[in-house]
Design a protein around this ligand. Structure first.
Ligand code: FMN
Length: 234
């Protein structure tokens, strides 16, 4: 067989009762994750951000291309520049006619507007870029596969890692986000995917009262499919 080398898988089987306990406790923990829009200015060590990025970067990816880049920003001047540019786009979105009425209606329960003070208050902004293609040392392009799906999975793991370590974040997508590539000096092959302010929630922070869908609404188990009817026509 050609290609990469193979290693034994590190895998630990747990007793069924322990599996259930672990699954329930992780579920409860993740149910407590909320998008936070009011941050404390308390500092967060860089190592925690590094660990969140490493966890995110353990995500699966199409052909293992790992098509993501995380740019972590803590410099107050850079955060101020991001806030100014983001608010300009958000103002166009909320007040300049960029958002449809239906979209604005859908956002109403969240109570959001173009003001984004948290982009300066939060000690970190981590901007996740989707790498559309790789660049070889000779400048030629290396094809990536499923870049959006892969980067989305890395984003999900980043959220979980930040939550697990006891910090808060927000999935923030000021639209369009091209300004992030410009401000952060990113190359042509990287497209901003989402930015995550990261920090402690502000004291007394409030979150919208949202309902999550029930298991029945999001999951279907063993739907009855008649194998005859689904067979390809002859
Ligand atoms: C792809 C994506 C883009 C989002 N963009 C924004 C955004 O630009 N601004 C914002 O305040 N929240 C944004 N959110 C956060 C959602 O509003 C939030 O996840 C949702 O209301 C559910 O709340 P929860 O995260 O607290 O469960 C975004 C979420 C996702 C997944």
């Amino acid at each position: 067989m050609s290609g990469s080398a193979f290693l034994p898988l590190h895998f630990e089987r747990h007793a069924p009762s322990e599996m259930l306990a672990r699954a329930e406790s992780y579920h409860l923990e993740m149910e407590r994750r909320r998008s936070v829009r009011h941050f404390s200015a308390d500092q967060v060590p860089r190592r925690l951000i590094e660990l969140a990025i490493l966890t995110a970067s353990s995500a699966p990816s199409g052909a293992h291309r790992q098509p993501w880049r995380f740019v972590a920003v803590s410099d107050p001047r850079a955060k101020a520049a991001i806030r100014t540019a983001a608010e300009q786009e958000e103002r166009e979105f909320y007040e300049g006619g960029r958002a449809t009425e239906a979209w604005k209606e859908a956002l109403k329960p969240l109570g959001t507007d173009w003001n984004k003070p948290y982009l300066e208050t939060a000690p970190w902004i981590v901007v996740l870029f989707e790498e559309l293609y790789g660049v070889e040392p000779d400048g030629s392009r290396r094809t990536h596969y499923y870049t959006k799906e892969s980067t989305g999975m890395a984003a999900g793991l980043f959220l979980a890692a930040v939550h697990r370590m006891g910090l808060a974040t927000l999935t923030h997508t000021p639209s369009p986000m091209g300004f992030l590539a410009r401000l952060l000096g990113r190359p042509q092959n990287e497209r901003p995917f989402v930015q995550f302010p990261v920090g402690y929630p502000a004291r007394g922070a409030r979150v919208p009262d949202l309902r999550r869908k029930s298991l029945e609404e999001v999951a279907i188990f063993d739907p009855l499919v008649d194998p005859e009817s689904s067979a390809a026509p002859r």
